[in-house]
Ligand binder design. Structure first.
Ligand code: P6P
Length: 337
């Protein structure tokens, strides 16, 4: 059977299933080409002069890596001229980036974390790009970047597409347009993402958890209880031995869960309480939550479904617990007790 490229998959979703519009198909293809360019830049590493610090901080107050800034620029440049977007928002920019008036305005909003896990860049560990697509509300005020923020403040259930690229031994694009999750592998010779898996299903049970154990003393009681029970293994209340993984690149940890199940937790802890959590809602938690749910998993803050959260700020942070449904339900249940 002929290889199904990303373009062919999207056309099938658009034509045969009527799931997406032509503009959304075009937007996703543009984002995929930007991810190809980011993959090439990362692959050059020290040879491309792109490692190390950029010498600036982002809106989160985090030191930017050269590749953070480069990836952000690649996504902005790729997306602003096509006529499918009204505005973009990024972890690396305080305010939304409006499509310049010299270009046609589109009906979609794009949010992204251009390079997630950038603390792993210089040590050659997998990193990724995370993106989310929303419809721009009718009559939205896009007169200034400050005014445009309100248009983005939609719950995760309003996303029309979400995906990530993971830059690892292979570069993969994992995508949902609301009709299940599909995985595409970058064929560097063709310069194409080729469909290698569709209808991804996350096992409802798992024996593998992902959390940064160094924060254990800061966790709330329900997470303390859950992790202690998993560490108790077969003799403990959960009756099975668990393994632990923590890549410290959300994209890599989530992709492992997409591939073989697991539970990922960046829970609220006492040192993060004031800021509401570590991970960002609009371009980390929401797109990953849509993907996880579309693959049969669950995604909560411990207290509520992530996709139901009504955002209040563009760079809002939330606790994240996602992955194999039965395990997420268990630890979420502990929060309710
Ligand atoms: P810690 C990367 O900086 C990130 O935003 C996520 O990709 C990752 O899951 C998390 O932070 C790692 O956090 O505290 O373990 O370094």
């Amino acid at each position: 059977m002929a290889q199904r490229t990303l373009a062919r998959y999207l056309t099938e979703e658009q034509r045969s299933k009527g799931v997406i519009t032509g503009d959304l198909k075009f937007l996703i293809e543009i984002v995929s080409r930007a991810c190809q360019a980011i993959s090439i830049a990362i692959g050059k590493g020290g040879l491309g002069g792109v490692l190390g610090e950029a010498g600036s901080d982002n809106v989160q107050g985090e030191a930017q890596k050269k590749l953070d800034v480069l990836s952000n620029d690649i996504l902005l440049d790729a997306n602003e001229w096509g006529g499918h977007l009204a505005a973009m928002a990024s972890e690396e920019m305080d305010l939304p980036h409006l499509v310049p008036h010299r270009y046609p305005q589109g009906e979609y909003l794009l949010t992204f974390d251009p390079l997630d896990g950038s603390s792993n860049i210089d040590v050659n560990v997998s990193i990724g790009t995370i993106f989310s697509v929303l419809k721009c509300p009718e009559g939205a005020d896009l007169s200034t970047p400050e005014a445009a923020e309100a248009a983005f403040l939609q719950p995760g259930t309003a996303q029309v597409a979400a995906g990530y690229a993971v830059y690892g031994p292979t570069t993969l694009l994992v995508l949902t347009v609301g009709d299940g999750v599909a995985v595409f592998t970058l064929d560097r010779e063709q310069g194409q993402f080729i469909l290698t898996q569709e209808n991804v299903q996350i096992p409802a049970d798992t024996k593998e958890f992902a959390i940064n154990m160094a924060n254990q003393r800061f966790w709330e009681a329900p997470v303390q209880r859950y992790v202690t029970e998993m560490q108790a293994g077969k003799e403990g209340p959960l009756g099975k031995d668990y393994n632990m993984r923590w890549v410290a690149s959300m994209v890599a940890d989530v992709h492992r869960i997409m591939t073989r199940g697991g539970i990922f937790m960046y829970p609220l802890d006492s040192k993060l309480k004031a800021q509401g959590g570590k991970l960002r809602l609009m371009y980390e938690a929401n797109p990953m939550a849509m993907l996880i749910e579309q693959a049969g998993g669950a995604a909560t803050t411990g207290r509520q479904r992530i996709l139901d959260i009504q955002p209040e700020r563009l760079h809002q942070r939330v606790p994240v617990i996602l992955g194999s449904k039965n395990e997420v339900d268990r630890v979420t249940g502990y929060h309710a007790n």
